[in-house]
Write a protein that binds this ligand. Structure first.
Ligand code: AR6
Length: 180
């Protein structure tokens, strides 16, 4: 495994990193899941800043301060709603590229701001129903590709909310290792 990728079970809002990523919706005005947890932990100033951003398209990313969070920055991205079958077969789907763009655009912002450490949740895999292993493979592929080109980013954390979710990321990491 790359030294610069770690998987852990935990609460994203408690991570001591430069930036955490929010799995938001296109309004950027809060919601449930990890989005709700981030807004609760960051405090009302986060919502006030988000109101200035005029929303965000699926696959795009926008940055705010972290306010009461340990993280200095929050990168808000909007994952795709999974519209494929519940089996999540391997045929390519438009949602795959949209999810990949979320990771790429969040990672790109680390080059434009003083961000050396970043923590991601499993974007789109909750309310938006993206199949979890499929999403983890896309996340791992995009992060590996970015790290291969960018030495400034020191650490990428995948923060999972449960042990089964953590195992899925381990599987995705091991699979991508074998494929290289
Ligand atoms: N730390 C880490 N992971 C978490 C946390 C947490 N505190 N809370 C939830 N997760 P979701 P989505 C995991 O539904 O699918 C919101 O209402 C969760 O177990 O938060 O992208 C937004 O406003 C799951 O694995 O995001 C949007 O409307 C992952 O985070 C919509 O949900 C993502 O689940 C976005 O849906």
């Amino acid at each position: 495994m790359s030294d610069r990728i770690e998987v852990l079970r935990g609460d994203l809002t408690q991570q001591n990193v430069d930036a955490i990523v929010n799995a938001a919706n296109s309004s950027l005005l809060g919601g449930g899941g990890v989005d709700g947890a981030i807004h609760r932990a960051a405090g009302p100033q986060l919502l006030a800043e988000c109101r200035q951003l005029n929303g965000c398209e699926t696959g795009e990313a926008k940055i705010t301060q972290g306010y009461n969070l340990p993280a200095k920055w929050v990168i808000h991205t909007v994952g795709p709603v999974w519209r494929g079958s519940s089996l999540g077969r391997d045929d390519p789907r438009p949602e795959d590229e949209l999810l990949a763009r979320c990771y790429r655009n969040c990672l790109q912002l680390t080059q434009e701001y003083p961000i050396a450490t970043i923590a991601f949740p499993a974007i789109s895999t909750g309310v938006y129903r993206f199949p979890k292993l499929r999403a983890a493979k896309i996340a791992v592929r995009e992060v590996r590709q970015f790290l291969a080109r960018n030495s400034a980013l020191e650490l990428v954390l995948f923060v999972c909310f449960s042990d089964p979710d953590r195992s899925i990321y381990q599987q995705a990491l091991e699979g991508s290792h074998r494929a290289r």
